[in-house]
Design a protein around this ligand. Structure first.
Ligand SMILES: [Fe+2]
Ligand SMILES: [Fe+2]
Length: 262
């Protein structure tokens, strides 16, 4: 099974690029299942449930979120209504939503789960390592195909987390930094790993935002509005070839696909 993992979709340019490129790949039979990070889909902020539904309708099978999960009040109230929209599993237990989902596919069940890191991130999350460990020994003990997202800032934390889960899950891939890393590989015990999938949005930008205000903020220290940029949109992520009978990835390949000129 060909599984496409998509880095953070940023704003309308990101949503349009996602729809166009995933549609084209699905039509060509290049992808069977799509897991997309949608945490910046609404003008760079977290989507409403309606927008998440629209991304599901435009080609995603599961949407993962991150530190922007609660940007829209509507998501706080609505996240429990769609089980294919998940947030980090190590958010406080009192938070709404869920941290994993099991989806039936023609080749068997497939689990997607998300954890959020703690280095240079919000301090009120449970440990991603022990949370994942408990889930893999508990409710996911009988699952084979398990795709884990680690939404985190520090490369060391993401890499250590991947090594910790090596041989126990299909893949560990990162989101959040919006910068695609070139370290996609199969770890020794078989888990596919990549530190960060990158960003689906305007490449002529600073992490998806217009360049000038971000530069001006650094130069002057004054507050600036960071609107989403528009130039040169692309989809970034990784394509996995997975043996669904064993849950093992055969390969992981980084992907950057530009939109076709309108
Ligand atoms: Fe993001
Ligand atoms: Fe994030």
């Amino acid at each position: 099974m060909k599984v496409l993992l998509v880095g953070d979709i940023v704003g309308r340019p990101g949503r349009n690029a996602f729809t166009q490129i995933v549609g084209r790949m699905r039509d060509a039979g290049e992808v069977d299942f799509v897991i997309a990070n949608g945490e910046n889909a609404a003008a760079g902020r977290g989507p409403t449930p309606e927008m998440a539904q629209a991304i599901l309708a435009s080609g995603a099978d599961v949407i993962i979120l991150g530190d922007h999960t609660w940007d829209s009040k509507e998501m706080v109230a609505g996240i429990d209504l769609e089980e294919r929209v998940i947030r980090p599993a190590n958010f406080p237990k009192e938070a709404p939503g869920r941290g994993w989902v099991r989806v039936e596919t023609p080749e068997g069940p497939l689990v997607v789960m998300q954890l959020i890191g703690r280095v240079f991130m919000q301090p009120h999350q449970a440990c991603p390592f022990t949370t994942a460990d408990r889930m893999l020994k508990g409710e996911l003990a009988n699952d084979r195909a398990i795709f884990v997202d680690i939404h985190a800032e520090a490369t060391s934390e993401k890499m250590a987390f991947g090594r910790y889960l090596d041989g126990r899950v299909t893949s560990v891939t990162g989101t959040h930094t919006h910068c695609q890393t070139s370290d996609g590989r199969l770890f020794p015990k078989g888990t596919a790993f990549m530190t960060d999938l990158g960003m689906t949005g305007p490449q002529d930008s600073v992490l998806g935002r217009a360049v000038e205000p971000v530069v001006a903020k650094f130069v002057t220290g004054l507050p600036h509005r960071f609107d989403v940029a528009s130039g040169n949109p692309a989809l970034e992520g990784a394509l996995l070839d997975v043996d669904m009978t064993t849950g093992r990835a055969r390969s992981i390949e980084a992907l950057r696909v530009y939109t076709e000129a309108e």
